[in-house]
Design a protein around this ligand. Structure first.
Ligand code: MGD
Ligand code: MGD
Ligand code: MO
Length: 739
């Protein structure tokens, strides 16, 4: 039976909640409370099992997270060195007075741009750091980051090709495909929408062939795929170009589709046939690069082009690499030359992004203010020139380098103070050891989180934040609906915790901004639901929405990206300069940069197998997202740690060459850092490639070796020409001994 919010049965009260972390799904949760304490958290109880959005293991472990013994409960001031974890309890008044005093001193001494601010960790509408951003803007402004750490490569690819990020299909549409290619997509682990696995299961049961292309034999591959095609990391674009070559040489392209909806087929053809550069992108050529047998590249190309419709699920993971956008551009070329775009059962850019139902808050959120520090910058509307975006902002994976080198190295500011309102940058960005140096060099640091994360340990003032169960908020599906969620407050904030929204309001109060906050919590949420166009269109009644905690949209067919543009192109042009899908982009051609070509190309990249650094560090490092955490969120939950140990995946060929046995403690290292971790010797990863899941906390010993296996001590803090964080492009060596 589905209970309404606040129902009481036998002394137990039920709250309809969801989490709000960046976890890959968004699950309705029923929180049981007795005497103000959570006793149990259940998953979706919808009467119709077909419609249930079932929580994964992480959603079922939140009680330990909320009541974890290490929750921060009071504001604190650092009393030891940065990183030493020595803190003493202070009052909110003292915390706020210190923050205002220090930020004022620093801006008066070094200028407004020297204040750095970033936020993260929470995907709500109201209780975000939006109020803090507004207060800081009123304070004169701040320097911040550019780029989506998750999907910038994929976003760059879809924006240059389609001019739009709404490239997803409803997951029910998997059933309409006649074949599914999981190309670097592992939703059993990363969820990719709460309804994905249910629909993939139905597709499997219906006998739809499923093929997985991944350097690892993933959980999704093991459960769903009929075939695993292992591939060398960073080489997908070569295999895709060869598939294009086979399709075109066999005359299997959908010429009518190409003529009507796209520009640039001739230029793409010239590249894959080799008339452009004298190198034909044959299966044999690609095979030498990507390791997939030429015959299989050829047969897959023919199978894909002759199966109608066929669904190619590329995603954002392989694009989080030093030439990341070419992987998605290559996939987009294939989906278009086979006419699979805008069609049920096809895909525009498969696993990625959303459908426009509950996807983004768009105009919801606390109305921010323009950041004065960014005034007068170049116009970035519609541009594909990353350099223009980096005139005012710092690339999200370059933050530490910018803190160390500042304007002398071309960054927009010399940062002296930083405010981290959520997000664990010291652990979740490349090159953690550089991060330590950067954070030690600042004059003042403040952070807010639920736990004393590695980032918080470098903060002078640490503020305690309430969990999702301690506030009312609108949350949103990840990556897409079709449903909207309302997370009801189930318990009072623990200790002296406040939400990010409250912290922003308090900061504004200490700055003396009168009338800063217009409404109370309930009024704000009501205003959002009643005025935001998406809610207005779909959610008829605020009270009912709140009581049920979810509003599901009944659709008579699954949403298909660009269906309108394909059915009625005259009246629905694509949002590109040509109004068509751009397999060749003039905007990219105008950049005149061979590393960001106008058509999808395979290009070698730093720290791939062609890099001379291979001699010293011969293993390519993959850093997939962990099944038992959302990044570093939940990393301290014992229930989840029991499920899956943190290990490095190592093929027996590589293990044997180094005298390593399964279960040995080994060291992974390169010039950026070193970590200790247990070896898992497995044929589930190809030789020459190792994998360590991202998201364990950085715990260095006296020698600076991370004893907790935080993989980002090894990764690069660079980005691709399109702005993808190069977190999947690092070479390492592994050894049994420390030195
Ligand atoms: N090597 C490698 N690194 C990666 C990736 C990779 O693939 N490989 N993936 C990248 C990706 S896609 C992402 S999205 C990033 C994620 O990077 P982060 O966003 O830094 O991820 P988390 O480690 O989950 O940190 C979130 C923090 O916010 C806190 N938090 C939770 N709720 C709240 C709240 O309401 N308020 C506040 N103030 N804090 C809160 C949590 O306790 C946690 O410490 O990691 C990136 N890093
Ligand atoms: N359990 C869990 N789920 C999550 C998250 C989490 O932390 N934990 N985080 C959420 C967030 S914020 C994000 S952005 C998403 C991230 O989701 P993704 O970006 O899709 O996930 P990743 O794990 O980075 O990579 C996906 C797959 O790509 C493969 N891969 C890596 N390099 C290559 C390559 O060069 N070629 C090919 N073909 N495959 C390659 C990896 O082996 C992996 O199986 O996940 C979300 N879901
Ligand atoms: Mo992400």
């Amino acid at each position: 039976m589905s209970v309404a919010n606040e129902t009481v049965i036998a002394g137990e009260q039920f709250f309809r909640c969801t989490s709000a972390i960046d976890c890959g799904g968004r699950c309705p949760l029923v929180v049981h409370v007795r005497d103000g304490v959570i006793t149990q958290i259940e998953g979706d109880d919808h009467n119709d099992p077909e419609k249930q959005l079932r929580a994964c293991l992480r959603g079922r472990a939140y009680r330990e997270y909320i009541y974890h013994k290490d929750r921060l409960l009071y504001p604190m001031r650092r009393v030891g060195e940065r990183g030493e974890r020595k803190y003493e309890r202070i009052s909110w008044d003292e915390a706020m007075t210190t923050i205002v005093r220090e930020l004022t001193r620093i801006k008066e001494t070094y200028g407004q741009k020297s204040l750095f601010f970033t936020s993260g960790g929470h995907l709500g509408a109201l209780h975000t750091a939006g109020s803090l951003a507004k207060a800081l803007a009123m304070f004169g402004g701040y320097t911040t980051l550019y780029g989506n750490i998750s999907s910038e490569g994929a976003v760059y690819a879809v924006m240059s090709s389609y001019g739009d990020v709404m490239v997803g299909h409803g997951r029910e549409d998997l059933m309409n495909a006649r074949m599914i290619i999981l190309w670097g997509w592992d939703p059993v682990r990363m969820i990719s929408g709460t309804d994905t696995i249910y629909n993939l299961t139905k597709a499997k049961e219906a006998g739809i062939p499923i093929i997985s292309i991944d350097p690892r034999f993933t959980d999704t591959t093991s459960v769903f795929a009929d075939e695993w095609i292992p591939i060398i990391p960073g080489t997908d674009a070569a295999m895709m170009a060869a598939m294009g070559n086979v399709i075109i040489k066999n005359g299997l392209q959908d010429q009518a589709f190409l003529d009507k909806y796209t520009v640039g087929f001739e230029e793409y053809k010239a590249y894959v046939l080799g008339t452009e550069d004298g190198i034909e992108k044959t299966p044999a050529w690609a095979s030498r690069i990507c390791g997939v047998p030429a015959a299989r590249i050829e047969s897959l190309a023919i199978q894909y082009a002759t199966t109608d419709p066929a669904c190619l699920m590329d995603c954002q993971g392989p694009a989080r690499a030093s030439m990341g956008e070419q992987y998605n551009r290559g996939a987009i070329a294939l989906t278009n030359i086979t006419g699979n775009v805008g069609k049920p059962g096809g895909a525009a850019c498969g696993g990625l992004m959303g459908i426009p139902y509950g996807h983004m808050f768009r105009s919801a959120g606390v109305p921010g203010m323009r950041n004065p520090v960014e005034d007068g910058g170049p116009s970035i509307r519609g541009t594909l020139d990353l350099d223009l975006r980096l005139v005012r902002r710092i690339h999200t994976n370059r933050i530490f380098d910018a803190m160390i080198h500042g304007t002398a190295a071309g960054y927009p500011a010399d940062i002296k103070a930083a405010w981290f309102a959520g997000g664990n940058v010291l652990g979740q960005r490349g090159n953690v050891n550089k991060g330590v140096k950067a954070l030690k060099g600042l004059e003042f640091t403040v952070g807010q989180d639920l736990f004393l994360t590695p980032t918080m340990r470098y903060c002078d003032i640490v503020l305690p934040v309430a969990s999702f169960a301690e506030k009312n908020d609108l949350t949103r599906p990840w990556p897409s609906g079709p449903y909207f969620t309302y997370a009801n407050k189930a318990i009072e904030p623990l200790g002296e915790c406040k939400t990010d929204w409250e912290i922003g309001n308090l900061f504004a109060e200490y700055l003396g901004f009168e009338g800063f906050n217009e409404h109370d919590e309930d009024k704000w949420l009501r205003v959002f639901v009643e005025t935001n166009p998406e809610y207005k269109e779909h959610v008829p009644n605020y009270e009912v929405f709140k009581a049920e905690g979810i509003h599901r949209i009944d659709m008579d067919h699954a949403y298909v990206a660009f269906q309108k543009q394909i059915e009625d192109p005259e009246n629905n042009p694509f949002q590109t300069p040509s109004g068509k899908i751009e397999l060749f982009s003039q905007r990219l051609a105008d950049l005149n940069n061979p590393r960001i070509p106008p058509v999808a190309k395979y290009i070698t990249s730093p720290e791939d197998r062609n890099d001379p650094l291979m001699e010293k560090y011969p293993l390519q490092l993959l850093t997939p997202h962990p099944r038992v955490r959302a990044h570093s969120t939940l990393q301290n939950i014992g229930w989840l740690q029991e499920v899956e140990p943190h290990v490095v995946w190592l093929n027996p060929v590589d293990a044997e060459a180094r005298g390593i046995c399964d279960g040995d403690e080994v060291y992974a290292f390169n010039d950026r850092g070193k970590l200790a971790i247990k070896a898992w010797v497995t044929r589930r990863i190809i030789p020459g490639v190792v994998a360590i899941h991202e998201g364990t906390w950085f715990e260095p010993d006296e020698e600076g070796i991370c004893r907790n296996g935080c993989v980002n001590v090894l990764t690069n803090d660079t980005y691709s020409p399109g702005g993808a964080s190069a977190l999947k492009s690092s070479l390492v060596e592994i050894s049994l001994t420390k030195d």
